[in-house]
Design a protein around this ligand. Structure first.
Ligand code: SF4
Ligand code: F3S
Length: 104
């Protein structure tokens, strides 16, 4: 499966949702997650994210993000249509430690 990590937080560009063939993105207040059981591993969303927030979970160190994606995909609503990112998205693009600072 692929997962969304904290690079998405407060950027939320939503380019990813338009390309997913199985519509498995879910939307929280300031980030999106992928439903790991619905993702078919096609990989098309990965290069679409301007913030580089989408990774295959085969990369080391992503256990925490697999857990977060799994948990919140079952709680948050599905999102399938691209929308405008937050006005200050660029300001947060590339900032480190966003999960600790802003996750909600
Ligand atoms: Fe959707 Fe494919 Fe991305 Fe999985 S890898 S979230 S199926 S676009
Ligand atoms: Fe987030 Fe990137 Fe999608 S910033 S909303 S994972 S395009």
């Amino acid at each position: 499966t692929y997962i969304v990590n904290d690079s998405c937080i407060k950027c939320k560009y939503t380019d990813c949702v338009e390309v997913c063939p199985v519509d498995c993105f879910y939307e929280g207040e300031n980030m999106l997650v992928i439903h790991p059981d619905e993702c078919i591993d096609c990989g098309v969303c990965e290069p679409e994210c301007p913030a580089d927030a989408i990774r295959p979970d085969t990369e080391p160190g992503l256990e925490k993000w697999l857990e977060i994606n799994t948990k919140f995909a079952s709680i948050w609503p599905n999102i399938t249509l691209k929308k405008d990112p937050p006005a200050d998205a660029e300001k947060y693009d590339g900032e480190s430690g966003k999960f600790e600072k802003y996750f909600s």
